[in-house]
Design a protein around this ligand. Sequence first.
Ligand code: HEC
Length: 234
Amino acid sequence: MVTHETKSLYKNNCGGCHGDDLKGAPPTFPSLVDIGKRRSKEQLATIIRQGTGRMPAFDYLERKVDEIVEFLETGKDSDSADPAADAKDPNWLKYRNEGYILFRDPEGYPPTTPPWGTLNAIDLNKGVIRWQIPFGEYPELVAKGMKDTGSDNYGGPVVTASGLLFIGATSFDKKFHAYDKMTGKLLWETVLPAAGNATPSIYEIHGREYVVIVCGGGKNGAASGSSIVAFALP
Ligand code: HEC
């Protein structure tokens, strides 16, 4: 029987990734809507007990795994209809992670004052921020004269012995940048085939240095790609 308790078991353990409404956040977290049509009870129980891919194992739920399986197969409406019953439920958590949700304004931009992303250099000896610059742009806003808004950015930097800092990371302008690590001054930039949401690597062949970055893109609605781009350093 799917009790209220089972729903909160689902919400507490699974909802953070697969969503309280089972819809997940594909492709990162798959939807579990109608999962009973694609997976047998045994398969579902095995996935939950052992985990799969990037999903952790939930072995500690023991017999409750079977309840969750039943909920996945039968419980269409996972929203709690009765908050009072929730409160009495021993598994109910008042504050939970309800999923990975990006706050966006009606036009799809972050609802805060820019910059919406910064690149920061921290002086670890002094414990101070050495420099901080807006990082990332939205090409369609730049076209309207709104530059340096900052944007989502995912990916780390690499620094050369001579003090060049290379970083891709900015999701929507797809740029690859070289900064002076001491000042944050932009020395060079170019546009990649897709956002370089990866940390670059530096290598050397026959005395010539190269910097290479994987351009996968695809984060938060950005275009995705599948290229690896290398540049020779002068
Ligand atoms: C930390 C995030 C996370 C949590 C928590 C989580 N999952 Fe998952 N789950 C995933 C990811 C990611 C996948 C996809 C696995 C992969 O291929 O990497 C997945 C896959 C699945 C699948 C297979 C889907 C399919 O289409 O085959 C099922 C079923 C599932 N999860 C059920 C659950 C249940 C039930 C719970 C709670 C007990 C749960 N998950 C908790 C992240 C999570």
